[in-house]
Design a protein around this ligand. Sequence first.
Ligand SMILES: [Zn+2]
Ligand SMILES: [Zn+2]
Length: 310
Amino acid sequence: MRLKIWGCRGSIPTPGPTTVRYGGNTTCYQLTLNDGRIVMFDAGTGIRECGYELMGLAKGKPLDIIMLFTHTHWDHINGFPFFIPIYIKGNRLRMYGPFNLQDSERSFQKVMGVQMSPDYFPVRADELASTITYNDMKEGQFDIDGVTIRTRFMNHPIQTLGYRVEIEGKAFVFTGDHEPYYNFLYADEKPPEGMDAETYAVERESVERIVAFRNNQIVEFCRHADVLLADAQYTPEEYETKRNWGHSSWRDVCKLAIDAQVKRAILTHHEPLHSDDQIDKIQDDARRYLKERGAAIDLSFAVEKSVIDL
Ligand SMILES: [Zn+2]
Ligand SMILES: [Zn+2]
């Protein structure tokens, strides 16, 4: 299978001369299976150009696309109304997104529909001539036309799914937006005033165990992936001031890649403030980190429009 990166910027598009090499479009990735079937991940602004390429390659034949959404933050969905295949009769889009555990009334379809309401977009939803179906996904293992898809809820401010796709003897994992779990309840080693040290130590230890368990679940989810595509928005220094925002540092992803023994790691969801030159430097730092630990993992930062064969 083949991965094409259509958008790898986090949070907001960043056009301009300092971001042309790594790209300014937001999250969108395409897997093309060996038999030509297409699996898309997220629909950030990068999906607009993808739509034109897919239509061109289809040469008038209908498209049948599996679309896996990690979550519905803007940067992962707001290219969708500009994805031209949705306006063409005969095309079929099977869309999968996270089930809302907090509020089951707010289905994936309902949330996706908000950005197609007249307040935000001029084209009416009933003008989408393609056949679109919506599916709310929980954690588990699913088979979609012989493609094995595993899902896991990740650590992000809203319900977010990571996806693992296994087919043709290969495994591809996309984390979506994710921050390692950490013990924010008992971050300090010392107890707060008014709490005795022993009680604090016991409670802290029990939370530490849960945190380790959850992080280990993520490691197992990524185990032996041929390609791990992972959120690495921040440097470790930036991360310290942005805890709880739901994103990882490059060092977090390096640790995950080592622990899960992946073959290749592609770091993505680039911080909007990072220029091409800064990402070059960060990439050097990350590669050095792996080398110092003797990890033979092929690491790179995602480049818009690049193609990776698995
Ligand atoms: Zn994002
Ligand atoms: Zn997000």
